[in-house]
Ligand binder design. Structure first.
Ligand code: UDP
Length: 340
């Protein structure tokens, strides 16, 4: 009987997006979930929460391993029968990647290459990869909303490290017909589990929505808006914020998609953008707190507008967002922040 249970490897499941995907895998599938995470940027508590959601107490197997321990990673494949992978584990801070690029090329790119090598060796058939809108760099105005086939031109090592990984995955799939992939380019993932069990937590926190949530709760004195002189209607940057549960749902759909479709790459967002000022105002409304806002100088490397064209994922994957609502995104982020 045991052999009939499908195993899926999720790397980086102690992190923000990975944990929401594991929660949905537990709720909506019957996979046995193998987790590899070194708890460097994720949290042991998140693994404890996920395990507590596993009513059978047997569906999660957690390996506290670093992806750079290539022999150890291969041992996990020897011990199990992994045929599907969702690969999240990576560093994701643009600013840090500018200061320490090799940290990004080694962890994000070299370790992905090794994981793909092992995956192919052990007959993995489905590989879902978390990439980023940062592969597009600073798109021209006429390229917004961004389609999947827009030329990739990353402007920081984080984006490059992910783009190299994309090439490694695509080239490996070309020569290994059994190995198929879905690559997701995430736009601005935000919000938290609507049941309030898991959410976003980075140290240091640099993302807009959790920072505003902290400000609304009085954990910070003010929120800084990085630049109000951009070429946008209110002068602040525009981003396409997607609720983490809708994004998690796309990953579950990707596994089904690969059963009957060839490999493919998808942009993940709602196809609609909000300015920083609009996000601040929305958080003020849901928190009922008129917190302090400072107009600061621009942050280096910030493109003025990033909006996805999400036609392809909706059509090909039959993905239907359920949480496409900035107030809900802010509310869930705020509720989660209260718990931290
Ligand atoms: N931002 C801001 N103040 C902050 C953090 C972010 O004005 O304290 C802006 C940032 O310049 C960008 C947007 O909010 O235009 C989203 O930034 P975030 O770091 O959340 O995501 P990114 O788009 O950089 O991936």
């Amino acid at each position: 009987m045991k052999n009939q249970v499908k195993q899926i490897l999720v790397t980086g499941a102690a992190g923000y997006i990975g944990s929401h995907v594991v929660k949905q895998l537990l709720e909506e599938t019957n996979y046995e979930i193998i987790i590899i995470d070194n708890i460097s940027t994720g949290f042991q508590d998140t693994i404890v929460t996920l395990k507590s959601l596993d009513k059978t107490n047997s569906r999660i197997k957690f390996y506290d391993k670093d992806l750079s321990d290539w022999d150890e990673i291969e041992n996990i494949f020897k011990e199990n029968s992994i045929k599907e992978i969702i690969h999240f584990a990576a560093f994701s801070q643009v600013g840090e990647s500018m200061i320490d690029p090799l940290k990004y090329y080694i962890n994000n790119t070299a370790n992905t290459a090794n994981l793909v090598k092992i995956a192919v060796k052990y007959g993995v058939a489905k590989f879902v990869f978390s990439s980023t809108a940062a592969v597009f760099g600073e798109p021209n105005k006429e390229d917004i909303p961004i389609k999947e086939d827009l030329t990739t031109k990353p402007i920081n090592p984080y984006g490059s490290s992910k783009l190299f990984s994309e090439s490694i995955i695509k080239d490996s799939a070309k020569v290994n017909k059994n190995f198929k992939y879905v690559i997701f380019r995430y736009f601005n993932v935000a919000g938290a589990d609507t049941q309030g069990l898991i959410g976003e937590c980075h140290d240091p926190e640099t993302h807009l929505i959790p920072l505003i949530a902290k400000t609304a709760l009085g954990k910070r004195e003010a929120i800084s808006i990085y630049g109000d002189d951009y070429d946008t209607p209110d002068g602040t940057c525009i981003r396409d914020y997607i609720h983490v549960q809708d994004l998690a749902d796309a990953h579950i759909k990707a596994l089904e998609f690969l059963s009957t479709n060839p490999s493919d790459t998808f942009n993940c967002g709602y196809g609609y953008g909000y300015s920083v000022k609009e996000v601040v105002d929305t958080m003020k409304k849901v928190s009922q707190n008129d917190f302090k806002v400072i107009i600061d100088k621009r942050r280096e490397g910030d493109p003025s507008t990033l909006i996805s064209d999400c036609t392809k994922i909706k059509e090909k994957m039959k993905w239907t967002p359920k949480y496409n609502d900035l107030e809900l995104i802010c509310k869930t982020a705020l509720e989660w922040e209260k718990k931290l």
